[in-house]
Ligand binder design. Structure first.
Ligand code: ATP
Ligand code: MG
Length: 271
């Protein structure tokens, strides 16, 4: 079976056409939804162990970047993939519309303080990528400036990686019809209304511009030290499975070891 991890990774320098990626595709996994959920549960238990070891060892830092169109499932992914993982040592940072103080600084200023420390996993729900996505689509800074940011992002992420941070980036790829369905649900379901913003409709009208911005940004910034994964995300079970699979295999590759404990601990009796 082709590994789920490799299947959705964007190779450095490879152009990306999102129209060629089917958001409903689940073919890299040989089973159905039930089997996928069961596999994800196993991975979830493994993630719990690996995170505890990461925290205990206090050596590696892990950064998870999540990007998606509105209603793309970032919140649901965090809830499901990190279900049961000890919140101590895992931090989520959400990047919404910048404050005046944030806008008064360079675009990396607000994200850097949320980079993970030793033994931590940081999850970024939106990120510095907004500054080449919404900023481009809404023409918030001139093109020459946002274009330069691809190189700044690659350099920033290389610096983080060389200083000991492992970076995994995910674009949760939903289809336009699926977005319509999910936004409608936010209107129809009283429990989901808090998520609804009328500006979502305006953003939806710019769907094609966003897809183009994502394609270019992902292709320009998928590197060996900070690879992107384009995850077919219409089906939640498959999305959660792929993200879990990538995170577990990335953490496994770090060869984390639990500290051995103080010398002389063997055979010690607590009286
Ligand atoms: P959901 O996917 O559930 O709708 P969300 O992440 O979109 O959640 P919202 O509060 O709906 O959360 O929206 C946050 C908004 O802030 C997004 O439209 C995002 O594009 C915008 N934003 C984030 N960073 C920037 C930035 N640097 N400049 C301008 N807008 C930004
Ligand atoms: Mg939104």
């Amino acid at each position: 079976m082709p590994s789920l991890t490799d299947r959705h990774r964007v190779q450095p320098g490879q152009p990306l056409r999102l129209a060629d990626v089917d958001p409903r595709d689940t073919s890299a996994f040989p089973g159905d939804k039930e089997a996928g959920r069961a596999r994800k549960q196993l991975l979830n238990a493994r993630l719990e162990e690996l995170q505890e070891a990461l925290y205990a060892e206090g050596r590696h830092r892990v950064l998870v970047v999540l990007q998606a169109m509105d209603a793309g499932g970032k919140d649901g992914t965090i809830r499901s993939v990190f279900d049961g993982v000890n919140p101590q040592g895992v931090r989520v940072a959400c990047f919404k519309q910048p404050t005046p103080k944030e806008l008064a600084h360079d675009f990396l200023w607000r994200v850097h303080p949320h980079a993970p420390g030793a033994g931590e996993i940081a999850i970024w729900n939106r990120s510095h990528y907004e500054d080449v996505l919404i900023v481009r689509v809404h023409d918030l800074v001139p093109e020459v400036r946002w274009r330069q940011r691809y190189a700044h992002i690659v350099a920033f992420e290389r610096m983080l990686a060389e200083e000991g941070t492992t970076i995994c980036k995910f674009f949760l790829h939903i289809g336009k019809e699926e977005q319509r369905r999910r936004l409608q649900e936010r209107i129809d379901d009283p429990k989901k209304r808090w998520k609804w913003h009328s500006r979502d409709l305006d953003e939806r009208r710019r769907w094609d511009d966003y897809q183009a911005a994502y394609e270019e940004a992902i292709a320009a910034t998928s590197t060996a030290h900070a690879p992107w994964h384009v995850v077919p995300a219409d089906r939640n079970w498959y999305r959660d499975l792929v993200v879990s699979e990538v995170l577990v295999s990335t953490l496994e590759s770090l060869r984390i070891r639990l500290p051995e404990g103080e010398p002389g601990i063997d055979g010690l009796r607590v009286t």
